[in-house]
Design a protein around this ligand. Structure first.
Ligand SMILES: [Mn+2]
Length: 221
């Protein structure tokens, strides 16, 4: 699925989480600090649940929880390409980027499991919140226009969604059109960084100097 849309959460709060990268314990402690209630609250992820940190599979498992929703990150796509042997270099590429944990599991089982997990992860998420429209992507929005995600995307645009860093690199404050707020991960920032109506929330959970960011979306509108 390219874009998954969610209506307003009338019962509880909506939170967003930066790149998890296997940092399951950090997530548990952030959720406890926020008194997250899985019966009422929702948690949206900018992707990259796996690789680099200690508990990749526990993090990927979250996509089967009724309160957790994540877009695909480049790491999920690297994992899938490796497991599906999508290209000759796919496995080496994943291993170079933290995929070694995959060898702890039965390869065929992991492949089937990854297929079902990825099937639950759209490329972009759109959430209605307090009368605003909030978007989540892993990296960048094609054409700096949210409407681009409502149309079929080219291969290049699909790659841009999960890999691009240009906008952050040039500190481009151009607002993303046709959306109130966009949350993205992928590029590690020392603290939540706002450029126009885009928030970069990957604060390097797996790095020694970094931390995991959990935020209540409403307070950033
Ligand atoms: Mn990442």
């Amino acid at each position: 699925m390219q874009l998954q849309t969610f209506g307003a959460n009338k019962r509880g709060r909506d939170f967003a989480i930066g790149d998890l990268h296997g940092c399951y314990e950090a997530l548990r402690s952030c959720l406890a600090d926020a008194a997250f209630n899985p019966e009422r609250d929702r948690l949206f992820s900018v992707g990259d649940l796996i690789d680099r940190g200690p508990r990749s599979l526990d993090c990927l498992d979250l996509v089967f929880e009724p309160w957790f929703f994540a877009v695909q990150g480049n790491h999920e796509q690297m994992m899938q390409a490796a497991l599906e042997c999508a290209s000759p270099g796919a496995l080496a590429h994943w291993l170079m980027n933290g995929g070694q944990w995959g060898f702890e599991y039965d390869w065929a089982e992991l492949k089937a499991y990854a297929r079902s997990a990825l099937a639950r992860m759209p490329h972009a998420i759109e959430v209605e919140l307090s009368g605003n429209k909030v978007g989540l992507v892993h990296a960048e929005v094609p054409e700096q226009d949210w409407y681009s995600l409502h149309r079929p995307l080219t291969r290049g645009q699909l790659a841009q969604l999960v890999w691009a860093r240009e906008r952050l690199a040039r500190r481009d404050p151009t607002p993303i059109a046709h959306i109130d707020l966009v949350l993205a991960g992928h590029s590690i920032v020392p603290a939540i960084t706002r450029l126009g109506n885009m928030l970069y929330i990957d604060t390097g959970a797996f790095t020694p100097e970094g931390h995991l960011t959990l935020l209540e979306i409403r307070s950033w509108l």
